[in-house]
Design a protein around this ligand. Structure first.
Ligand code: PXL
Length: 281
């Protein structure tokens, strides 16, 4: 049997509502990957639900890493998402310096906005700091809002043209990462998916599924977690993005059918067995 892969997952824990660590950990585990958590903050729910509690864990990050370093643990990947404070951008850079070896894949999901706007929890300097973090990544997974914030360009509503998407992909790759996966891409109203660019091959690929109307919370985190898992299991960028688009679209379709409150996340759990079989490489 191949050696088990180990990931450091750096995200908040929103205790209810299915996003960040509460989706990243089960998805990585379903793929047979050892998931080690570095919580950036503890919230009662994600910030889209009014009245949420918030405990910032900025001060806990380096002590956790120092202990892990003392144990001499090697990491196959570091996967970051929602950060709890502006200072955590620099701390996460320090985590990269301390835990990264030449074989470690660093995947940054630059979680900071949606629907054309920066999340209200972040200061306006946050995108510039996130750009510096993305420069250190091997793979980044922005949505269309995050792409515009990273590139300091006005946000545009879809549908898009292939020329526009290719220009964004190249500009994002120009920030540093060799692999870029852009989510929320569509060329017409009936589809939705992702576009990928691998700087090594300069190949651009598009992966689409049929669009389901509505805004389903936590789907960006589900997408990035499947992408991370599939890449670690040896899929190439196109295969990994395809698995992520399919898993996310199926989770949304299931939730639509059940008619549950879209703020509380999607039913991704019912897809985990299939994902497990699919990634059994
Ligand atoms: O799904 C992204 C996300 C993660 N974590 C928290 C959030 C959000 C999006 O709003 O609020 C706490």
């Amino acid at each position: 049997m191949a050696r088990q892969k180990r990931v450091a997952a750096i995200h908040d824990i929103s205790c209810f509502g299915k996003c960040s660590l509460t989706v990243a950990l089960p998805i990585l585990s379903a793929a047979g990957i050892e998931a080690c958590a570095i919580p950036t903050a503890v919230l009662s729910t994600h910030t889209g639900v009014p009245g949420y509690t918030y405990r910032d864990l900025t001060e806990d990050i380096l002590p956790i890493i120092s202990h892990w370093q003392a144990l001499g643990l090697p990491f196959d990947a570091i996967y970051t998402g929602f950060l709890g404070s502006f200072q955590q951008l620099d701390l996460v850079s320090e985590v990269f310096r301390r835990l990264r070896s030449k074989d470690t894949m660093v995947l940054v999901d630059p979680v900071m906005g949606d629907n054309g706007a920066l999340y209200r929890t972040f200061p306006k300097e946050f995108p510039a700091g996130m750009r510096r973090l993305c420069a250190q990544a091997d793979v980044i997974v922005p949505n269309m809002t995050e792409a515009s914030l990273l590139l300091e360009e006005p946000y545009q509503e879809g549908p898009y043209t292939p020329a526009y998407i290719k220009r964004l992909l190249r500009a994002l790759s120009g920030l540093g990462p060799r692999k870029v996966v852009l989510t929320g891409v569509c060329f017409d109203q009936n589809q939705l998916g992702a576009a990928t660019l691998d700087a090594g091959t300069q190949k651009v690929e598009y992966l689409f599924e049929t669009r389901v109307e509505g805004y389903y919370h936590g789907t960006g985190d589900i997408f990035a977690s499947v992408l991370a898992a599939a890449l670690l299991k040896g899929c190439d960028l196109t295969e990994a993005a395809s698995a992520a688009v399919e898993f996310t679209a199926e989770s949304i379709a299931r939730t639509k059918e059940a008619g549950t409150d879209v703020r509380f996340g999607v039913n991704f759990e019912a897809g985990l067995l299939k994902l497990s079989a699919q990634l059994e490489l």
